[in-house]
Design a protein around this ligand. Structure first.
Ligand code: AR6
Length: 169
């Protein structure tokens, strides 16, 4: 059984085995959580990302997939980068968002990570409505078979925290 906890705060302050990054397919950094993770993780994270791009993801990491790098100076062993879908009001992309959580947990299992922190993937710059993003996140983690013992959803503000709390309880 995986325990799910909610934290209101900055994901880069967490001490866990793996921190999940809401990246973009370039893997070269950006704003939001991605910017914060690269700032706190330092150049080793970007260096690993560049290496992965060169070796495997010349065309970018596809939406819904996940890949791990060092966590650099973060208090974690790995960063798992996943690419959420940009929200669309006309096309149902929820399977891709669910895939981000499932694939990140699969990568965590491969690494042997037991504690994993997730942000609200796609719920910022990518525009996903918070309530729906929270529903998909909670339902997917609950229904995924994994050896991860604890998943922490780390929500930046109270509104996001409340949206996840409403789905969890
Ligand atoms: N800790 C926890 N949550 C955070 C933090 C933080 N330090 N900073 C922001 N959030 P976003 P996306 C919340 O935009 O929507 C980047 O440029 C934020 O309030 O980080 O998947 C990438 O490179 C929101 O609830 O990710 C991509 O281009 C959630 O994290 C693009 O943004 C996700 O917001 C990805 O957009």
């Amino acid at each position: 059984m995986t325990t799910i906890t909610l934290v209101q705060g900055d994901i880069t302050d967490q001490s866990v085995d793996a921190i999940v990054n809401a990246a973009n397919s370039s893997l070269l950094g950006g704003g939001g959580v991605d910017g914060a993770i690269h700032r706190r993780g330092g150049p080793a994270v970007l260096q690993d990302c560049r290496r992965l791009r060169a070796s495997h993801y010349g065309k970018g990491l596809p939406t819904g997939q996940a890949v791990a790098t060092t966590a650099g100076e973060l208090d974690a062993s790995w960063v798992i980068h996943t690419v959420g879908p940009v929200y669309s009001a006309t096309e149902d992309r929820s399977a891709l968002l669910a895939s981000c959580y499932r694939e990140s947990l699969r990568v965590a299992d491969e690494l042997g990570a037991r504690t994993v922190a997730f942000p609200a993937v796609s719920a910022g710059i990518y525009g996903w409505p918070l309530d729906d993003a929270a529903r998909i996140a909670v339902e997917t983690v609950r229904s995924t078979r994994t050896a991860v013992e604890e998943v922490a959803f780390v929500l930046f503000d109270e509104r996001a925290y409340d949206a996840f709390a409403a789905r969890l309880h």
